[in-house]
Design a protein around this ligand. Structure first.
Ligand code: ADP
Ligand code: ZN
Length: 733
């Protein structure tokens, strides 16, 4: 729609409107700088005593005293922001009720945006002949010839040729390699979509064909690519990426977890001969700057990244893949509250691009959109090769003979024992970080809570501290009960992964154990090393949290034991069933990917629970239909609309007061046939010392919820102590 739109130019001195990422929610008037500027240009503008970054958003409004309008400063060295991205920010802001300036902040996270262009040295093939040709030297020359005269940094070239940098330097001294200064932000190595991919199975070919046809149409569409773990979804969507690159357009692959990127990078390298650009919090400033610029100039064909990559200034984005689309981490829970999956659909629709939502266990929203025909749906039915889905069984914990403070049942122990004998791996899964979720005093029963939040402190034995999982506050384990003063009676209650690891070490003293839990790895690199170690078979038993449920390939893993399958079913969250179903199926899918068949055992106290039964029977469509019917009857998403209004203050009463006032003035919500519930404590009721109160707006599906909420809350003047944020389509309800 906005693809390839014309760009307007403003003459020097013309009145222009500039949007800044500063917290002023309006476009300000300036005069176009010396030499004029393009619509969308990044400029520096005076704001009070400061100079700030801004984007030329349109012609000026002219509602200031013309004599007082100031001139914009210099135009920055970056491609103007395209209309497609500007419209995307406006629409995404309108949908999530986020101020436009805050949306712009998401799109200007480019380090060094206002720096002048800088140079760096690259090395390419020279005309000289080396005096003496060694093996190492020959490899350097061969690499350069291979890449048809492209230049590389010293480190890149040395790495590619497998030599030390002194070898390259030596060649440079003799003129066989040439040292050249080029702009620092060099294009990424070209990806070749026509390198041969893996031969696909019949199912995979059909799915890849459908996706390729979509890409070639040059129109917007969203497709759900559903297939069990290991069915080859990644292989298939890489074919869509290939087609997109052939069309000369860019592609973006979103992953829910940075830890998954390195495996994905390798697969891209195998398929296309080079690595894509990366965009997530683990990338260095220099690389981020390069990625941001190259995405804008077309020097990056494929980006793999976290949800924030959605706001990059693509030159012509033709495909967005959202892998593991059901993953809750796609929802940004602070600042602008957006769901990257939904925003991907919006952005694609504005640029005639395609979206692929890949998952083994799609969200109910996506499943329903496919049922309704809004999204296309492709199914990969079988696992690749001889790998079959694991057999799934429940272990009825009511009949297992276990002492107190032990969680690995005799039945599970015996299966793990068999795997140890056979030299195969087992995974013990518990979705709970730390050692014990509760620390209490055996004298008075008091539990240790966080001083700032409404949460219990969780013991982390490796860190030797109690940690609040909500705000990150830590404190030492108390010897003495803070409530009653008795010493030596503090006890850990319940299991976390660290405690399961301790138990596993006791039960299987000769096994090699590894714990995978996000808090135990200081860096993405350490985590990657651990994952590689496991994949290479140097581990017998993996003890892990949610982190392992996401897409890693452990070929020797044949047994998954879920320590507490009931964990997610407690509590009142309406999504509990959906989440448990997804998580249990994901984690079970880890077993038996290669030749060895897998087994998944779910320890449960309620084997007759409908969700547990659905998981075991594998009747997915039946499960979704039942869930959907329940939601529809209750008018809940995706069959009705929900929005949360979160009010926070240090003083709980002040937050409740405002909540009550709002609830009483609910006219605009009732006008659209909606209802206001609350105020009630928010799902996370206290964070960092602030009390949070939530109002829940429920409205019929087609209702104009955003504009009603805007009318409803706009008369409110917030005192400095109160904060209010709107959460459209909240994750928990
Ligand atoms: P998913 O994304 O559905 O979990 P993957 O694409 O990761 O599945 O495939 C699972 C494993 O099977 C990977 O190791 C992949 O390389 C392999 N695989 C899938 N399809 C093929 C194929 N057609 N030829 C060779 N290997 C394949
Ligand atoms: Zn806390």
């Amino acid at each position: 729609m906005y693809r390839g739109a014309m760009v307007e130019h403003f003459e020097e001195g013309a009145l222009i409107g500039v949007l800044t990422p500063e917290p002023i929610d309006r476009v300000l008037d300036y005069r176009a700088p010396e030499g004029g500027c393009w619509l969308g240009a990044f400029v520096e503008v005076p704001l009070g005593p400061r100079r700030v970054l801004g984007v030329v958003w349109g012609p000026g409004q002219g509602d200031y005293d013309a004599a007082k309008v100031r001139a914009a400063g210099r135009v920055l060295d970056a491609a103007p922001m395209r209309e497609e991205l500007r419209v995307f920010l406006e629409k995404a802001g309108a949908y999530t009720l986020t101020p436009l300036s805050q949306m712009l902040r998401l799109a200007t996270r480019a380090p060094g945006l206002s720096d002048p262009p800088s140079m760096r040295k690259i090395y390419r093939l020279g005309q000289g002949t080396p005096a003496r040709m060694t093996d190492a030297r020959a490899r350097v020359i061969a690499t350069l010839v291979d890449y048809g005269g492209l230049g590389f940094t010293l480190k890149e070239l040395a790495d590619m040729a497998g030599v030390t940098s002194s070898v390259v330097k030596g060649l440079a001294a003799q003129g066989a390699v040439e040292e050249v200064d080029t702009p620092r932000d060099a294009p990424f190595l070209p990806l070749d979509p026509d390198l041969p991919g893996k031969p696909l199975t019949e199912d995979q070919v059909a799915a890849a064909d459908a996706l390729r046809t979509g890409i070639r149409s040059g129109r917007y569409a969203t497709t759900l690519l559903k297939g069990v773990t290991g069915s080859g979804k990644t292989e298939v969507y890489l074919e869509a990426v290939a087609e997109c690159l052939r069309q000369g357009r860019q592609a973006l692959v979103l992953l829910p977890e940075i830890a998954l990127t390195s495996e994905f990078l390798t697969r891209v390298q195998d398929r296309f001969g080079a690595k894509p650009a990366e965009w997530h919090s683990g990338v260095t400033m220099t690389e981020r700057r390069r990625a941001w610029r190259m995405v804008g100039q077309g020097g990056a064909q494929l980006v793999v990244g976290a949800r924030s990559a959605l706001f990059l200034p693509f030159r012509d984005l033709g495909l967005i893949v959202v892998d593991e689309e059901h993953d809750t981490s796609y929802k940004q829970e602070e600042g602008a509250l957006y769901n990257a999956r939904d925003m991907a659909v919006l952005r694609a629709s504005l640029n005639d691009a395609q979206v692929v939502l890949a998952s083994a266990t799609p969200s109910l929203e996506t499943w329903a959109n496919a049922q309704a025909g809004k999204y296309a749906r492709l199914d990969l039915k079988a696992r690749f090769g001889t790998a079959v889905l694991p057999d799934m069984r429940a272990i009825d914990m009511r009949t297992e003979d276990l002492p107190g403070q032990a969680w690995i049942s005799p039945s599970l122990q015996s299966e793990v024992g068999k795997r140890l004998q056979a030299g195969e791996q087992s995974l013990l899964f518990l979705n709970r970080r730390g050692y014990a979720p509760v620390t209490l005093c055996r004298a008075c029963g008091a539990q240790v809570g966080c001083d700032h939040c409404d949460a219990r402190m969780v013991e982390h034995r490796f860190q030797k501290r109690l940690v609040c999982h909500q705000c990150g506050e830590t404190k030492p384990l108390p010897e003495t009960c803070p409530a009653c003063g008795v010493t030596g009676k503090m006890a850990a209650v319940g299991p976390g992964v660290e405690r399961i690891a301790e138990e596993a070490a006791r039960v299987f003293p000769d096994a090699r154990l590894a714990i995978l839990s996000s808090d135990l790895f200081g860096s993405a690199r350490a985590l990657k090393a651990q994952i590689e170690e496991i994949a290479s078979g140097e581990t017998d038993i993996i003890i892990g949290t949610q982190l392992v449920a996401k897409g890693h390939n452990f070929p020797r893993l044949t047994l998954v034991g879920v320590i507490d399958a009931d964990l997610g079913l407690q509590g009142s969250d309406l999504r509990a069933a959906e989440r448990t179903f997804q998580l249990m199926r994901q984690v079970s899918g880890r077993a038996g990917r290669a030749e060895a068949p897998g087994l998944a055992l779910l320890q449960t106290f309620q084997p007759e629970h409908p969700v547990i039964r659905a998981i075991l029977s594998g009747d997915e469509e039946g499960f979704w239909r039942a869930e959907a019917a329940e939601r529809e009857a209750a008018g809940m998403p995706p069959y009705g609309r929900l929005a949360g209004i979160i009010i926070s203050a240090e003083d709980a009463a002040a937050a409740f007061d405002l909540g009550t006032r709002l609830a009483r003035s609910d006219g605009p919500i009732r006008d659209i046939g909606g209802m206001v519930y609350g105020p009630a404590p928010a799902p996370i009721a206290r964070v960092r010392g602030r009390h949070r109160v939530r109002l829940l707006v429920k409205a019929p599906k087609g209702a104009a919820v955003q504009s009603a909420i805007a009318r409803w809350i706009s008369p409110i003047r917030l005192s400095a102590k109160l904060r209010l944020s709107v959460d459209i389509d909240p994750q928990s309800f």
